[in-house]
Design a protein around this ligand. Structure first.
Ligand code: GLV
Ligand code: MN
Ligand code: MN
Ligand code: MN
Length: 428
């Protein structure tokens, strides 16, 4: 083989599929729920151990590792023109309760393996290549999704809000962060921000989390846009009381208001007329949560998404109207209505898409252009860098549950397309 380190010689990439699979399996053992499920929540002991595991692998791959104050981890391979903007790649390793071992993980371990592959092929990057493990893509602990990438993209309101953010056990964000070794002595979170131009391109490898690629037998998905999520917290309060003694006409049941709102959400989503509009009530907490007590408080958390921002915003508006009307009708107090986030969709960059397409073609892999219905750190990286995403098929489209699975062959294909895409972006 030619020793010429150019990227024309990269079509025979050799990948250690077995060691990648072993790493995926090993990372899955850092979990707070029994296998095959994975639960790995921000700043817990398991999260900290998993972070150590990632930093170690980055080191073994010869990357220089740095962490920012919120715990985003960066592993850099210096290019031969290190003053140029780097090319970024990465994803997350936090896992929602009772989920699987591939969501996010594939884009972090796969990125490190892509670097190993390029090194073995003798490739020398012109722009530096940087693997990023983002802090808390999932909103599990503090209700904020894509925490690390949001702060990288810059959010004053989030920085302020974090000073007053608590988890469900009343642990403050800063105490949780400190216990994991981050946000020390009131570090300024604005240091997390990266300015536009830090990266010339950013690519994230991820399982599709939908059924299309598997059903159509296509090994690679190239993402053109990421759907826009909104999330809302609603609180109702009533008088509560004795479940036997308080007669029905005299009640104002906060739990029923919440139940009615959940059904109203479903109606509003279906009224959009588009299959692309979705809505979920994933959290519904009742207080005092006793079988013989009328709920005096109900807390509802709503997730609604669409690839069309206007349509999604109409749903958000209708949810608000419904919450007000239901409270009035049921004589409960609407004590909280907070739009936690209402993010705009992101488009992938043409140049990055072209690099992913060319890479797939060179590897003789069929690909499909598609929309991401799940959100990703790439949604926020798109604000500071041209962005693209590579999807691989996953079993029945399962995700956010223990049955999540991607075949070794599909993992290998995804890593190869990623490696070649990084190589192309690194010299362009
Ligand atoms: C995050 O994983 C999401 O898309 O819900
Ligand atoms: Mn997820
Ligand atoms: Mn994910
Ligand atoms: Mn996601």
């Amino acid at each position: 083989p030619s020793s010429e380190p150019n990227h024309d010689s990269l079509s025979s990439l050799t990948l250690d599929t077995q060691s990648l699979q072993n790493q995926i399996d090993e990372l899955a053992t850092f979990s707070d729920s029994p296998p095959p499920s994975v639960t790995r929540v921000l700043y817990t002991d398991k999260d900290v151990a998993a972070r150590r595991y990632i930093k170690n692998l980055m080191g073994l791959a010869g990357l220089s590792v740095r962490e920012d104050t919120i715990g985003n981890i960066f592993g850099r391979w210096d290019g031969y023109e290190p003053e140029l903007a780097a090319v970024g790649t990465g994803s997350h390793i936090d896992a929602i309760p009772y989920s699987g071992k591939y969501d996010g993980v594939v884009g972090v371990l796969g990125a490190i393996e892509a670097i190993n592959v390029l090194k073995k092929a003798g490739f020398k990057p012109k722009r530096s290549l940087e693997v990023i493990m983002f802090t808390s893509e999932e909103p599990t602990r503090f209700g904020i999704s894509c925490l690390g990438s949001r702060l990288i993209a810059g959010s004053d309101t989030l920085e302020k809000a974090l000073k007053n953010t608590y988890d469900s056990q009343n642990v403050s964000f800063s105490d949780a962060a400190k216990s994991a070794g981050y946000v020390r002595d009131n570090d300024d979170l604005s240091g997390v921000l990266l300015k536009y131009g830090t990266y010339s391109g950013f690519v994230e490898l991820h399982i599709e989390q939908g059924p299309i690629l598997e059903a159509e037998g296509i090994p690679i998905g190239i993402v053109t846009a990421i759907a826009a999520p909104a999330s809302i917290k609603v609180d109702f309060e009533g008088e509560g009381g004795h479940a036997g003694a308080a007669l029905m006409p005299n009640r104002n049941d906060a739990g029923l208001a919440a139940a009615e709102l959940a059904l109203a959400l479903e109606r509003h989503v279906l009224e959009s007329g588009s299959i692309d509009t979705v809505g979920t009530v994933g959290i519904l907490d009742l207080h005092p949560r006793a079988v013989n007590s009328i709920p005096s408080k109900a807390h509802v958390e709503i997730d609604t998404r669409d690839i069309n921002e206007t349509r999604r915003n109409i749903v958000v508006e209708k949810i608000h109207q419904s919450a007000v009307e239901i409270a009035k009708k049921r004589k409960v107090r609407l004590s909280g209505f907070e739009i936690v986030n209402q993010d705009p969709p992101a488009l992938a960059d043409k140049k990055v898409i072209e690099a992913m397409e060319a890479s797939s073609r060179e590897l003789n892999l069929d690909y499909k252009l598609m929309v991401s219905r799940a959100y990703h750190d790439s949604l926020f990286m798109a604000r500071v860098s041209p962005m693209g995403m590579i999807f691989i098929p996953c079993y029945k489209g399962y995700s956010h549950k223990p049955e999540e699975y991607a075949a070794p062959k599909d993992l290998a294909n995804g890593v190869k397309v990623l490696a070649l895409t990084l190589a192309k972006l690194s010299v362009s």
